[in-house]
Design a protein around this ligand. Structure first.
Ligand SMILES: Cc1cc2nc3c(=O)[nH]c(=O)nc-3n(C[C@H](O)[C@H](O)[C@H](O)COP(=O)(O)OP(=O)(O)OC[C@H]3O[C@@H](n4cnc5c(N)ncnc54)[C@H](O)[C@@H]3O)c2cc1C
Length: 493
């Protein structure tokens, strides 16, 4: 049901005594479902919201998808889809959305450090016998295709408008709908449904109302485009380990290469000049020589934009009538490009767990909440592996001053140079196609032990070796300090 009224705009949940769907506070689900026009309202038609609208719509649900800006997004996020994300798109029947947008096939990454390079390929897909591939593209073109796909589904109604509040029935402790302002209207509208999905992204304004976790960030990505950049290894993402923090580069169409420079908040605050001077002085010298001229020129001429890099552990969806998905639920540092993979797999899980065959009516709140509890656990393995890897790698790759972290960073680089499973397994985890956090733990501590070993073997003589034992123990301790809190956070969240 969509009503037009005027209400005050605030992010606090609006309350109604009883929604049009509720007739008796003592019943656990609505006894008159047809009085709500929609089965589900989705706030935000980004990666997660649009994919979920499509998934529910093709399962014969009636969906209201409210997006504040339906024009093609122009953002510096979500431009490299890992193979795991492509798998999820295939499961959803949305793989065409990354076709015909001039995207670039990515076969892996090259990591560059002080003139040395290591090439990390994705592993072979046992189902096809060919290596997994990812795809990089203009984010906006991909999201526009997702929205077009939704537009072609009969049950999905897309409205351009800004959602102002969630509507809650305090008596039932249930969210029953939204208030929103359509772009072409001056008055506020209301819409009701048994489920409202919050998919409004990293800066979610509805997270605070029902989740107790807040994102934390240590750095920003500053992004710009280089035209016709002579990349070291075309069809590969480039990770450049600069003195302070990593730089990412990957082609997003045949002529344009995205550059993302990680700028830690502390380093930025301590630097006296503007951001361009910072990048010129602190980052440019570590860019491989063959790329420096183009990098430097584009820094001056192209638009420079920034986005915060944040970490948000997930939470279980326990609020009656409400589901958080995508970045509103869970975020990690974008260094490993895992956000869309997590979001799209969440959509796959939600589609399966809340399918019409399993949950005939979304008014069956007990069953919906039970399925959301399963969702929390079923997503955990892949999401945790991606989250921990992103946060741990960032800790190692932004090892500015800490000598133990520097040893680990070098060990990581050297470990990759061993080749074989020292590359394919970490790359399978990064690509979102291997999903075991224990496998990640194995390789992380293999890096730590390798670092300790290399450090000890570099000792000049037996006396130095004995002296270095203490330092090696300190490196091990640092490895534990990086990894174990991340693992613990995933276990308890
Ligand atoms: C710098 C950076 C680079 C990244 N690079 C990658 C990458 O290469 N690969 C990768 O996989 N991930 C990457 N990510 C992460 C990825 O972008 C996100 O995980 C993904 O976009 C999350 O999708 P979402 O649908 O949750 O949010 P979004 O894609 O942000 O979509 C949210 C939508 O909600 C709409 N909205 C917000 N508020 C309202 C409202 N009140 N009413 C109506 N609509 C609203 C917005 O307009 C938007 O369309 C990156 C992140 C950052 C910060």
């Amino acid at each position: 049901m969509v009503n037009t009224t005027t209400t005050t705009s605030t992010t606090e949940p609006a309350t109604v005594a009883l929604s049009p769907c509720e007739h008796d506070a003592n019943i656990s689900y609505c006894d008159n479902p047809p009085s709500c026009e929609y089965d589900v309202i989705i706030i935000g038609a980004g990666v997660a919201g649009a994919a979920l609208a499509y998934a529910f719509g093709t399962d014969s649900r009636k969906v209201l998808l409210v997006e504040r800006d339906l024009s093609e997004p122009d953002r510096i996020v979500g431009e490299l889809m890992q193979p795991g994300g492509i798998q999820a798109l295939q499961k959803l029947g949305l793989e065409d959305c990354i076709e015909n947008i001039e995207g670039i096939t990515t076969r892996g990454y090259v990591v560059c450090q002080k003139g040395s390079i290591v090439n990390l390929k994705y592993p072979v897909n046992p189902a096809t016998g060919k290596p997994f591939v990812g795809k990089s593209f203009h984010h906006g073109r991909f999201v526009s295709n997702l929205r077009k796909a939704c537009d072609n589904v009969k049950g999905v109604t897309i409205v351009q408008g800004s959602v102002n509040t969630l509507i809650e029935v305090p008596l039932l402790d249930r969210v029953v709908g939204i208030t929103y302002t359509p772009t072409d209207a001056t008055t506020t509208s209301t819409a009701f449904a048994p489920i409202t999905v919050v998919a409004d992204g990293g800066a979610s304004k509805f997270r605070k109302s029902y989740l107790d976790k807040e994102p934390v960030g240590r750095s920003q990505f500053y992004g710009f485009i280089i035209k016709d950049c002579p990349l070291i290894a075309p069809n590969n993402g480039h990770v450049i380990l600069s003195k302070i923090a990593p730089v990412l580069m990957y082609q997003i169409d045949p002529n344009e290469t995205r550059v993302l420079v990680d700028v830690p908040n502390d380093a930025r605050q301590n630097f006296p000049g503007d951001i361009k001077s910072y990048i010129r002085e602190q980052v440019l010298p570590d860019i491989p020589e063959s790329l420096q001229a183009k990098f430097s020129e584009s820094l001056e001429t192209e638009r420079l934009r920034s986005m915060p890099n944040r970490f948000l552990p997930s939470s279980m969806n326990t609020q009656d009538g409400l589901i958080y998905v995508g970045d509103s639920l869970n975020m990690r540092h974008p260094l490993t490009g895992g956000g869309m993979t997590v979001a799209l797999w969440d959509v796959v899980h939600l589609r399966n767990l809340l399918s019409k065959d399993t949950v005939e009516s979304f008014y069956d709140t007990h069953l919906v909440l039970a399925q959301l509890s399963s969702f929390h656990w079923v997503r955990k393995s892949r999401a945790s592996a991606i989250n921990i890897l992103a946060q741990a790698l960032y800790a190692l790759f932004s090892a500015e001053d800490d000598p133990d972290l520097k040893v680990l960073r070098q060990a990581c680089f050297d470990y990759f140079q061993l080749g074989g499973t020292c590359i394919t397994t970490p790359m399978g985890l990064l690509g979102g196609v291997f999903t075991s956090p224990l496998l990640l733990m194995y390789h992380f501590f293999a890096v730590v032990l390798y670092g300790m070993l290399c450090f000890l073997l570099s000792s000049a003589g037996p006396v130095a070796f004995v002296c270095n034992l203490g330092r090696a123990a300190s490196v091990l301790w640092m490895g534990c300090k990086v990894f174990l809190p991340l693992l613990w956070t995933e276990l308890v969240s």
